[in-house]
Design a protein around this ligand. Structure first.
Ligand SMILES: [Zn+2]
Length: 243
């Protein structure tokens, strides 16, 4: 057992015993760990407010590798006040959290943590939640082993791109075009941008509604057909989306 201090985000919580909870925390340095927050449901507990789902904090933990660790204290880093005050943004937060948890189960790369937190911060800063979510989804494809080829035609390598294909997992040239995917120039340019942009450095987004819609629809289909992931909260989010 050792005492660790790490930033992390509470993905989910489960009630444990009379007054405790097990927190499932995605940490920056240790991946996803199970931590017991003892007595945290009691009204006087100092752990009460930091033992909830979606808390992003610096956690001090009595850490036992591979076993249940114990929460000592936590200092909130960002409460995501804007996100929490908007039902649509909460739907995005819920979806992104579930997606991230599933992606990390398939690939324990800790870069996933940084992509995830950067995305939440950008949504909190009022950047378009749909675009930020689509950027994150585009990047996660790499970690799921179904990354897109967005540098040249996925079939023949030609640079004269006219569309993007689900089946080929990337751009297609005029000769290889198979009538699927989209051909909107703005969307082709932007999905490549989504793939390569550093999320933490985005300060503004100026993307046409039609472009957003094309890319979102492509990613929805691609996720459904090629990732094997089923995220419960996605359907709810899709019903709320206003393009
Ligand atoms: Zn080609």
């Amino acid at each position: 057992m050792k005492i660790i201090s790490t930033e992390g985000f509470i993905i989910s919580t489960t009630k444990y015993g009379e007054s405790s909870k097990i927190l499932n925390i995605f940490t920056k340095e240790y991946g996803v760990i199970g931590v017991i927050s003892k007595g945290c449901t009691g009204s006087k507990s100092v752990l009460k407010n930091v033992s909830e789902r979606f808390i992003y904090a610096k956690f001090n933990i009595s850490y036992k590798e591979g076993k249940l660790s114990t929460l000592i204290s936590a200092d909130i880093i960002n409460y995501f006040k804007n996100i929490r005050s908007d039902i649509i943004l909460i739907a995005y937060l819920t979806y992104i959290t579930e997606l991230t948890s599933d992606v990390f189960k398939q690939n324990n790369d800790l870069q996933i943590y940084d992509l995830f937190i950067s995305s939440l911060i950008k949504i909190e800063e009022n950047l378009d939640p749909l675009v930020i979510t689509n950027i994150l989804e585009t990047k996660y494809l790499n970690y799921l082993g179904v990354g897109l080829n967005l540098d040249s035609c996925a079939k023949c390598g030609n640079k004269n791109i006219v569309s993007i294909s689900h089946k080929e997992g990337g751009f297609l040239c005029k000769n290889c075009y198979d009538n699927t995917g989209f051909t909107n120039r703005g969307a082709l340019k932007n999905i490549r941008l989504y793939y390569y942009v550093d999320i933490s450095k985005i300060t503004k987004l100026d993307i046409k509604d039609e472009t957003k819609r094309e890319i979102d629809s492509f990613l929805n289909h691609y996720y459904k057909d090629y990732t094997g992931l089923y995220i419960k909260s996605k359907e709810f989010l899709n019903n709320l989306k206003k393009y």
